[in-house]
Write a protein of this length. Structure first.
Length: 139
């Protein structure tokens, strides 16, 4: 795959580390931590350091190629999907599910027009108790 296939800007290099990290994040729906990404990436790049993973996650987040989710459960989570979707988070066990609601994100253009802001990123989270925690009586 090429730099363009990954959505990289002209001034951003597609290093082996970035390619592996992006592939990992774009092929999971678990919203992993940096440590999880590191463990997966080490299977492909034996001499990879955790610092390199954190540094590249920061760069990829700033470039808008991944989302960093700060959900109040300690470590940040990362999402390889940057299209409009909603995260539903269990406040007990921390599980994160995604829900597509494109009509909610279609309203963003109207908000942009009315506010005069250039909107670069939209994050939508819903917090509650997942079905498993409700069943297990953890609520």
């Amino acid at each position: 795959m090429t730099r363009r296939d990954y959505g990289l800007s002209d001034n951003m290099r597609l290093t082996k580390q970035r390619r592996v990290i992006l592939d990992i994040l774009r092929n999971t729906d678990t919203h992993p931590t940096a440590d999880w990404v590191y463990a997966k990436a080490r299977r492909q790049i034996k001499n990879l350091s955790l610092g390199t993973v954190y540094r590249n996650l920061g760069i990829l987040t700033r470039e808008g190629l991944v989302q960093k989710l700060e959900l109040g459960f300690g470590q940040a989570r990362y999402d390889g999907r940057t299209d409009g979707h909603i995260h539903i988070v269990c406040d007990k066990c921390g599980v994160i599910k995604e829900m597509m609601q494109p009509e909610k994100f279609a309203e963003i253009n109207e908000i942009q027009d009315k506010s005069g802001f250039q909107i670069n990123h939209v994050a939508m989270e819903i917090h509650g108790i997942c079905p498993k925690c409700k069943t297990d009586g953890k609520e």
